[in-house]
Design a protein around this ligand. Structure first.
Ligand code: ACO
Ligand code: ZN
Length: 163
């Protein structure tokens, strides 16, 4: 009905032509930025778990992930496939509507079912209460304190959960 509130949120795979918009959201919302090739490489290599959220055909959020190999943070086992949430953001005027949660849930499902990841992890600024609370609600736990992880000297929590 073209109503203002509660418009449908569509979660879909990102496409190459979405990258300028995704990069703009990243520049507006986060201090961590990346060169264009970094975004393109993630799309090319792990595009099934690189997602955007659309409302009224406008991209209002994204999640970019990758798959690493490692021992795992939740339980130890050699050569595990670890889903890694590299970056997630939602435009300020679209927050607290469950979009971040939807992006995380769909990316985690795909990291597991398509890429075979058995854990997912990420780093987050210790001051980022909103993101930490989102991750905790999704079952992530703080597993490691990374001192001076960010360029400005702030610490990170490494958070992880099983998939
Ligand atoms: N304060 C407290 N809790 C919050 C907040 C907040 N500001 N925002 C989200 N949460 C928690 C709540 O528990 C919320 O559930 P509720 O609304 O029922 O209380 C739950 O997370 C789910 O919230 P969503 O609405 O799904 O999250 P949203 O769409 O607002 O996106 C996000 C969350 C992505 C963290 C958003 O705030 C954002 O874009 N922030 C700026 C960018 C950023 O910090 N990204 C994460 C960096 S770390 C990384 O990328 C790996
Ligand atoms: Zn990371």
């Amino acid at each position: 009905m073209g109503n203002e509130e509660g418009n449908e949120v569509i979660i879909r795979e990102a496409k190459e032509e979405d990258l300028p918009k995704i990069i703009r959201i990243n520049l507006e919302t986060l201090p961590e930025h990346y060169p264009d090739y970094f975004w393109r490489d993630h799309l090319r290599l792990w595009g099934k778990a690189f997602l955007v959220a659309e409302v009224d055909r406008k991209i209002v959020g994204y999640i970019m992930t990758r798959v690493d190999r490692g021992l795992g943070y939740v339980y130890w086992k050699p050569f595990k496939k670890l889903g890694h949430v590299v970056s997630i953001a939602v435009l300020p005027e679209f927050r607290r509507r469950g979009i971040g949660r939807k992006l995380m849930l769909e990316a985690m499902r795909r990291l597991k079912e398509i890429y075979g990841a058995s854990e997912v992890y990420l780093e987050v600024r210790v001051s980022n209460k909103a993101a930490i609370s989102l991750y905790e609600k999704l079952g992530f736990r703080k597993v490691k304190h990374l001192r001076k992880y960010y360029l400005d000297g702030e610490d990170a929590w490494l958070m992880a959960r099983e998939l």
